[in-house]
Design a protein around this ligand. Structure first.
Ligand SMILES: C[S@@+](CC[C@H](N)C(=O)[O-])C[C@H]1O[C@@H](n2cnc3c(N)ncnc32)[C@H](O)[C@@H]1O
Length: 267
């Protein structure tokens, strides 16, 4: 699977009003060199061929309204979305990731609330909320994923939408009795997904060779089924509007490795 910032004075992060709906402490896995090298290590996802279809669809869905990106990170999607004229707000746990966003041109237009997106709210409502690039799986319990849908629903105006991009669990490729599967093997990058199918847990282990040194990350995920997400949306008062096999709105089929799903808050 494809895989903390001290706000400077006057930064909109510091000013954004924030409320939390849970005492649970989420863990920040995107610290230090992981944040510093995020753009470089995910370089293939920053190219226009990948970013443009995402931004096209999100711009379409937001219309003239504002968008909230959960797990905004270094702004891979938020910056071009904002550059197209959509007002974008973000939530993120990692001050190191947001520090990377803050040094980029255009970031001054994007307020970010620091906290867990399953529990953090900002005092605004939005036409669109989005959670892309498998990031829903960073919530490692079903309870947290349900809480995330409920948190999003609180931020949406009636009739408005929540978009999630996430992989379809790859269990058909895991041979019986095995717990690990390679997803990336090259001289400079190795990736193995480690599964615990009883707990619905997945740990992608990434090993990257940079400057002659191997660096490893193992960020825990909870994989989640499309139908389970639909139920979470229903628990939060939303209904499925569309499910595509990708950002170009291609059909979602039995062979789709990922999906882009849109739930709508009735209005
Ligand atoms: C894989 S990165 C994606 C960043 C960006 N959306 C992109 O597409 O490049 C995941 C981001 O979500 C943030 N994140 C993960 N779990 C979170 C949580 N529970 N609450 C807030 N942010 C979280 C991480 O700090 C990181 O910035």
């Amino acid at each position: 699977m494809p895989v903390g910032f001290r706000p400077p004075a006057g930064n909109p992060v510091a000013a954004a009003p924030v409320r939390r709906h849970s005492a649970r402490m989420a863990v920040d896995h995107f610290t230090g060199w992981i944040a510093e090298r995020y753009d470089e290590s995910a370089a293939e996802t920053f190219v226009p061929a990948v970013v443009d279809p995402v931004v096209d669809l999100l711009t379409d869905l937001a219309g003239t309204g504002a968008a909230l990106e959960l797990g905004i990170g270094t702004g891979r999607i938020a910056l071009p979305l904002s550059a197209r004229g959509t007002s974008v707000h973000g939530i993120d746990l990692s001050s190191d990731m947001v520090a990377q966003l803050r040094v980029k041109p255009g970031a001054e237009r994007i307020p970010v609330a620091m906290g867990d997106f399953a529990a953090t709210s900002v005092d605004e409502t939005f036409a669109l909320a989005c959670l892309v690039f498998n990031t829903i799986m960073n919530l490692t319990t079903q309870e947290e994923q349900v809480a995330c849908f409920r948190n999003v629903a609180r931020h949406l105006e009636p009739g408005e939408r929540f978009v999630v991009e996430v992989g379809v669990p790859d269990l058909r490729r895991l041979p019986p009795g095995e717990t690990a599967r390679p997803f990336l093997v090259s001289p400079t990058r190795l990736g193995f997904d480690e599964y615990d199918v009883a707990q619905q847990r997945l740990v992608p282990h990434h090993h990257v060779l940079t400057d002659g040194q191997w660096r490893a990350t193992s960020i825990p995920f909870r994989y989640v089924w499309p139908a389970e997400l639909d139920l979470m949306a229903r628990l939060a008062g939303m209904e499925l509007e569309a499910r595509w096999g990708g950002w170009d709105r291609q059909p979602f089929t039995a062979e789709s490795r990922a999906h882009v799903s849109v739930w709508r808050k009735p209005g």
